[in-house]
Design a protein around this ligand. Structure first.
Ligand SMILES: Nc1nc(=O)c2c([nH]1)NC[C@@H]1CN(c3ccc(C(=O)N[C@@H](CCC(=O)O)C(=O)O)cc3)C=[N+]21
Ligand SMILES: [Mg+2]
Length: 283
């Protein structure tokens, strides 16, 4: 078997076309959706992701503002900036790029973003609402993954989803979203015993670990759907996933590439959340 690739890039392009119509509708009513991105420090990978987000905003008709703060910024200064953006009517979404420098508490920053502008879906109010199935901003990477699976009309209900990774921004919420879709969900992590045999039970395997080429064909049930969330930079500076692409492609039914897979859909869901926020707050 050779897996069919799920191109996040193509799906993202289709979704962004639809979203352009939504921003036009808003603009006819005098509303331009606005996203503010705050980047603290000079990490080159973070800079490159932020550039991608801004480019995507431009293409979709979303106004974006970038605040580049020096690495020495204090927590209080950052919280003041968040407060200012919380109060700015033309800003519908606030994204503080993670990770933050060690002297700043990510928890304190996230807690102080207005939940109705938290387009990352990281605020505890939004996390709680997601957990009990209430309307909220869904976290972008997990929501993008569900969209990718649905785009191929892959059945989710009743199927076994195994998530490798338990971060607050990908692993935990992606399992919750698949549970909300009536899947049976298992989490694996660094302390899991015999991870390969658990992963081999997955109908849909989601790998969100951050370790280059960790998952080979021994983790895959023939015909499984494999979603690679890894964004690792190798020694040559290329972006690579957590999955051994060439060998897993020989056993899986569907596989997401890196780059061109989950990443572009993460950005697309951010645009989606920002537009939804503008509709909710200003229409
Ligand atoms: N508050 C916050 N929200 C985030 O959503 C967030 C964050 N912090 N910190 C960092 C991670 C990482 N992330 C990516 C988004 C898009 C691509 C993406 O578009 N990747 C392209 C390639 C980009 C390239 O080549 O550099 C692709 O996979 O095809 C990657 C990574 C969002 N993150
Ligand atoms: Mg920190």
């Amino acid at each position: 078997m050779t897996a069919e690739l799920i191109s996040g890039k193509e799906l993202a392009a289709r979704k962004r076309d639809e979203m352009k119509n939504q921003t036009e509708e808003l603009k006819e009513n005098g509303v331009t959706p606005g996203l503010a991105v705050i980047l603290v420090g000079e990490d080159p990978a973070s800079r490159s992701y932020v550039r991608g987000k801004q480019r995507a905003c431009g293409e979709t008709g979303i106004h974006s503002e970038l605040y580049e703060l020096p690495a020495e910024t204090t927590e209080e200064e950052l919280l003041n900036k968040v407060e200012e953006l919380n109060d700015a009517d033309h800003i519908d979404g606030i994204l503080v790029q993670l990770p933050l420098p060690d002297h700043i508490s990510e928890e304190a920053v996230i807690d102080n973003i207005r939940p109705d502008k938290d387009v990352d879906g990281f605020h505890p109010i939004n996390v709680g609402k997601m957990m009990i199935g209430q309307q909220c901003f869904l976290p972008c990477t997990p929501a993008g993954i569900v969209e990718m699976v649905k785009s191929k009309e892959i059945e989710i209900e009743g199927r076994h989803v195994v998530v490798i990774g338990r971060s607050n921004i990908v692993g935990k919420p992606v399992g919750q979203l698949f549970l909300n879709e009536n899947a049976t969900v298992t989490y694996c992590h660094s302390r899991t015993r015999d991870m390969e045999s658990i992963a081999r039970q997955a109908d849909i395997l989601i790998v969100a670990v951050g370790k280059e080429e960790m998952v080979g064909k021994e983790y895959i049930k023939p015909g499984a759907v494999v979603i690679d969330v890894g964004v690792n930079r190798n020694n040559e500076g290329n972006l690579t996933g957590d999955v051994k692409f060439e060998e897993v492609k020989q056993v899986a039914s569907y596989l997401t590439p890196v780059p061109g897979g989950v990443g572009p859909m993460t950005i697309t869901m951010l645009l989606h959340n920002t537009i939804q926020s503008a509709f909710r707050r200003r229409q």
